[in-house]
Design a protein around this ligand. Structure first.
Ligand code: PRT
Ligand code: ZN
Length: 300
């Protein structure tokens, strides 16, 4: 039986931009939960892995304080927490383990269109509104800029209209919010995406083994996303050229087919997308009967 100490907890955003992607990812790792988005806690049905559904801003703290073993959260939130802790002379008690390739955005500096701007020195003695005080403070310091930071907890884009600041520093994805508010993007401070963080607290052998298992599955899910299984026939003499053309492939499997014509079947996992151009190039190199299949699961 699982004692509660041997169950692991993963912190996931309760409702927001990362929620569906995060839950989908965990499902693809084979984890099943008694799912109820309005509850704070989801019980793992088939493995001793539970979810804590919380505000994204709380995730680095929960993982750092060892309330949760893993967390899925934007790099922007993680980096902000890291900078805040560093400012207080403390180290973050979590580490980044995976980039997840969703939740892409950037933390940028912007100002009303037409604001005079000739590089970072134009920020000297100006006011900048942001929710990302830690990252902005560090960025200004690194670039030798002295500006006043105005904390805004939300709707940062309206700060210039309210006369609260000349500049803003906020997340941008498509840029339409900036456009709608007559703002121009000036600098990118951080490129962000969803990441997995893990606590630095020692877990004990059983929990560590379970965390490693989940991470290995996550790695498998991430690897198969772009991967394809490719099968083709070719004369043995074309093997070297064809192997070169297979995108992101390790050593392919070669199966003899026809002794007379010296034909072989070549099977390979390509860890990148296989485009029509690649197939055309393979055909030109002598390949025939080409088949490209999706890869469902992979365990290194
Ligand atoms: O309630 P909780 O605190 O959990 O949620 P939240 O409202 O703080 O976060 P949420 O759900 O909005 O975003 C969660 C995470 O998604 C962020 O921390 C980022 O890592 C990531 N992400 C990706 C974004 C965006 N894209 C994004 N566009 N987070 C916010 N935005 C906002 C931005 O703040 C701005 O207001 O969208 C607006 C800009 O979008 P565009 O497309 O108009 O440029
Ligand atoms: Zn938030």
């Amino acid at each position: 039986m699982d004692s509660s100490e041997q169950r692991i907890k993963i912190a996931v955003q309760k409702t927001g931009r990362l929620t569906d992607h995060s839950l989908d990812l965990l499902e693809r790792c084979g984890l099943k939960f008694t799912k109820s988005k309005d509850q704070l806690f989801c019980y793992g049905e088939n493995m001793p892995v539970d979810l804590l559904l919380v505000r994204d801003d709380d995730i680095p703290g929960l993982v750092g304080d060892d309330v949760c073993d893993l967390g899925i959260v934007g790099l922007n939130i993680v980096e902000e927490k890291r900078q805040e802790l560093q400012h207080e002379g403390r180290d973050a008690m979590f580490k980044q383990v995976f980039e997840l390739d969703f939740g892409h955005c950037r933390l940028s500096l912007a100002a009303p269109v037409g604001t005079p701007y000739e590089g970072l020195e134009s920020l000297n003695n100006q006011k900048i509104a942001t929710s990302y005080v830690g990252i902005l403070r560090n960025y200004l310091k690194k670039n030798d800029v002295t500006a006043e930071i105005e904390y805004f907890s939300g709707a940062v884009e309206i700060a210039p209209k309210l006369g609260k600041a000349q500049f803003i520093c906020d997340l941008v994805s498509t840029g339409s919010t900036l456009d709608a508010n007559g703002l121009a993007e000036l600098e990118v401070l951080l490129e962000s995406e969803a990441i997995v963080i893990q606590t630095l607290a020692p877990l004990g052998d059983d929990k560590q083994a379970l965390v490693d298992r989940i991470l290995q599955r996550l790695d498998g899910v991430l690897q198969v996303r772009e991967s394809k299984y490719i099968m083709l026939h070719a004369p043995r003499s074309a093997l070297a050229e064809i192997s070169e053309l297979l995108p992101g492939s390790e050593v392919p499997t070669v199966i003899p087919l026809d002794d007379i014509n010296d034909k072989v079947a070549i099977h390979a996992v390509c860890r990148e997308n296989v485009f029509w151009e690649t197939l055309e190039n393979l055909k030109a190199a002598g390949a025939s009967s080409l088949l490209v299949l999706p890869v469902e699961k992979m365990l290194a």
